[in-house]
Design a protein around this ligand. Sequence first.
Ligand SMILES: C[S@@+](CC[C@H](N)C(=O)[O-])C[C@H]1O[C@@H](n2cnc3c(N)ncnc32)[C@H](O)[C@@H]1O
Length: 269
Amino acid sequence: MTENEHSENTREAEIREAVRDRYKRLAQKETPCCSSPEEATCGCGGIYPSAEVLSLPAEAVAVSAGCGNPAAIAELKEGMIVVDLGSGGGIDAFLASKRVGSAGKVFGIDATPEMIARARKTAKENGFDNVEFRLGEIEHIPLESNVADVVISNCVINLSPDKPRVFKEAFRVLKPGGKLAVSDILLMKELPSTIKEDVAAWSACVSGAMLEEDYLQAIRSAGFVSEKVVDRQVYSEEQLRSHISADSFTGDLGALVASCRVSAFKPGA
Ligand SMILES: C[S@@+](CC[C@H](N)C(=O)[O-])C[C@H]1O[C@@H](n2cnc3c(N)ncnc32)[C@H](O)[C@@H]1O
C-alpha cells in the first residue's frame, strides 16, 4: 500500500467512526428534537407538514436528522417496495410505510447499531409490520438486486466517504424502471479547506457534501437516467454556522451549501 492510500484509508476510518459516534449519541437521546439551536435543521423544524409529523411515532420524530422530505417526491403507491438509505430513527421509513400499506414493504438500512435498535423498537411498539430495519453500510446494501421500486434517503449520502459506490448500490437494488428520490446536502461552491478537513463538520453533514454537478455526474455514472435537482434550499451563513458550530471558521460562509431534492431513474427493462 502506498503512503497516499494509507492516509486515505486512515481518513476514511476516522470519518466512519466520527459519523457512527455522532449518530449513536443521537439515537440515545430522550429529549425532543429541536430543543437546542444546533438542532434547528432537524426534522421537526418545518421540513414535514405538521399533520404528517403528528401522525408519526414521537420516538422517531425526536431523533429525526434529515434535511428534506424525500418521500414527497418519491411518488409512493400502495404495494411498493421502498428502501431508505441511512434510516436513522425511522421517520421517513414510517412515512413510506403508511403510503405503501400492508401490501408493500419498507427496508431501512443504517450503519449505527443504536439507531437500528431504536428504530426496530419504535416499529414494534407502534405496529409497523411492513417495515424492517437492517444493520449495514449503504456502500454494501444488505439486500438482493432488483428488489425495490423506490430508493429514498434523507441527509445521508453526503456522509459516505464513497458516494459513487452508494449510487451503484442504489442502482443495483432498484428494479428496472425504479426511482431514486433523495434529499441531501450539496455544495453550491467549494468549501474553504479548513471546513473541508474538519471531521466534526463532516459528521454534521457539511464537509462530505459534493458539488451539485459532481453529484449528478456520480448518479449518471452509476447508470441512472433523467437525473435532476428537483428543488434546493440554500443555507444562509447563519444557518450554516449554527449547523457546524463554526466559530473557528472565518470568511463568508453564505450560499455555500443547500438542501436539495434529487431524483433519477434506473432505465426500464
Ligand atoms: C443525518 S442522519 C439522517 C437519519 C434519517 N435519514 C433522518 O432523516 O432522520 C444520518 C444517518 O445515516 C447513518 N449513516 C451514515 N453513514 C452511513 C453509511 N455509510 N451507511 C449506513 N448508514 C449510514 C447514520 O447512522 C445516521 O443514522
